[in-house]
Design a protein around this ligand. Structure first.
Ligand code: GLN
Length: 452
């Protein structure tokens, strides 16, 4: 039960959520919760207060609640079943137990000092006010050049590129721009945990397709069979978090076949576009005009420049789609950090850094694989992203969340249990490990893993 009770001046509120509850201090009436409401408990008092207040009979509550001119509002969560994101849960557990954190995906090494100097330079030069809503023009121009160089795709910096506060903001705005009540949205599982709630907040209906374990390939026949007149959107995420799968040319042609002659949109989360291995080419949806014309292609500076905490990403989309996306972006954050955008615009002229990222992370993947080769964990294929899935079935039969908890608490290494990324908590006895870490970190972590 959740209850909110307001004073007439709307300054006091009581929440009761299951068994935990709290009372905010009311500055106007100077009521201290502890002094005046000693017996409040959701299971007893709040429901009777609610009842009495609804009847308009306040006498019962006079003694304890005479300060409450109660207007009572039942609060209904829009996402009642949603838990705290697994990335925060595992990071918190790692901190509590002093474990090496290979769960949440972020580098433990620093970004480039020159990039930091550029941010400082722009701050000192006074670029500290709002950026244009669509993003700093210099940055949009550099993005357009990069995308043309890499994927041969032309996006107009004036109308088809939007800089947002992280790729996640782009994902939110893109899904919100197209999904209406009862629209079906195809989500491939395991899925980054933001997609499903964003779809549901917009009244959409997630339709899940499981990637085929253990290679995590898409069964395109299955996709073909579930697409119907109500299907509005397909959400892609390649290179794929958490599995490390990538899209092949064959995937692209299957997808193209399915969407042709439909009004389907695509949100393509390509946050790990530069983290792809073994000489493979990233099959950006932007390369393919038949797909690009219906797609929001979303990328992340955080993943590319080791700056996940700066929260800058961008979205490429044809003008009519960008217009709709910007209508939402302008009231989510309006604009993103100005000096950081200017710094990226200057810094990304050095193409070697992002072109060298596959090699940089492949070395880390290979080090991690090498160091775990003597362990009882078995690696699954990892063709991209900075995550490695390890099969722990030779070690334990425990559900993945329990095993991940025990690995953190007892062995000192935190990882992500992928069941949290399935709506039905599918459990394949694997864990996701982030290898975007210093060699020393990987060495210490794998030493522990080898003892499990
Ligand atoms: N994208 C990162 C990951 O997958 C971090 C996500 C988050 O912390 N919300 O781990």
């Amino acid at each position: 039960m959740t209850l909110v009770i307001y004073l007439e001046d709307m300054t006091l509120a009581i929440w009761a959520l299951d068994t935990s509850w709290s009372l905010t201090y009311c500055p106007k009436t100077k009521i201290m919760p502890d002094a005046h409401v000693p017996v409040l408990h959701p299971a007893t008092c709040l429901s009777s207060v609610a009842f009495k207040a609804k009847e308009g009979n306040h006498s019962h509550s006079t003694k304890t609640f005479d300060f409450l001119k109660a207007a009572i509002m039942e609060f209904q969560s829009k996402l009642p079943d949603l838990e705290v994101t697994i990335f925060s849960v595992m990071t918190q557990l790692a901190i509590e137990h002093g474990a090496i954190n290979l769960s949440q995906g972020f580098p433990d090494f620093d970004t480039y000092p020159e990039l930091i100097s550029l941010v400082e330079k722009y701050m000192r030069e006074g670029y500290n006010q709002y950026a244009p809503m669509q993003g700093v023009m210099a940055l949009r121009e550099r993005i357009a050049e990069k995308v043309y160089d890499m994927y041969g795709a032309q996006y107009d910096p004036a109308t088809e590129i939007t800089v947002t506060s992280g790729a996640t903001e782009s994902v939110f705005a893109a899904i919100s721009a197209v999904v209406q009540k009862d629209d079906e949205v195809i989500i491939f599982e395991p899925a980054y945990d933001a997609y499903d709630p964003i779809v549901r907040l917009n009244g959409g209906i997630p339709v899940y397709v499981q990637l085929k374990f253990p290679d995590y390939n898409i069964d395109w026949n299955e996709v073909k069979n579930i697409v119907n007149r109500k299907t509005k959107l397909i959400i892609l995420n390649y290179p794929h978090n958490p599995t490390g799968a990538v899209l092949s040319k064959e995937d692209i042609s299957n997808l193209t076949e399915i969407v042709k002659d439909t009004n389907l949109f695509i949100v393509s989360d390509e946050a790990y576009e530069h983290v792809i291995f073994d000489g493979l080419q990233h099959e950006s949806v932007s390369r393919y005009p038949q797909l690009a014309r219906r797609s929001f292609v979303i990328c992340s500076f955080g993943k590319t420049y080791h700056t996940t905490g700066w929260k800058i990403g961008y979205c490429l989309a044809p003008e009519p789609l960008s217009i709709e996306l910007q209508k939402i972006h302008q009231f989510l954050t309006f604009a993103s950090n100005t000096p950081i955008q200017l710094a990226y615009a200057e810094f990304m002229q050095n193409k070697d850094l992002y072109l060298g990222l596959p090699e940089f992370y492949q070395k880390k993947r290979d080090l991690f694989l090498n160091l775990t080769s003597q362990s009882r964990f078995n690696p699954l294929p990892c063709k991209g992203t900075y995550y490695q899935m390890l099969d722990y079935s030779p070690i334990s039969n425990e559900p993945d969340f329990e095993f991940a908890e025990r690995l953190t608490v007892e062995h000192g290494v935190a990882a992500i249990p992928p069941s949290a990324l399935y709506h039905q908590k599918d459990d394949h006895k694997v864990l996701r490990f982030c290898f975007a870490k210093k060699s020393e970190t990987l060495e210490s972590a794998t030493e522990k893993l080898c003892q499990v």
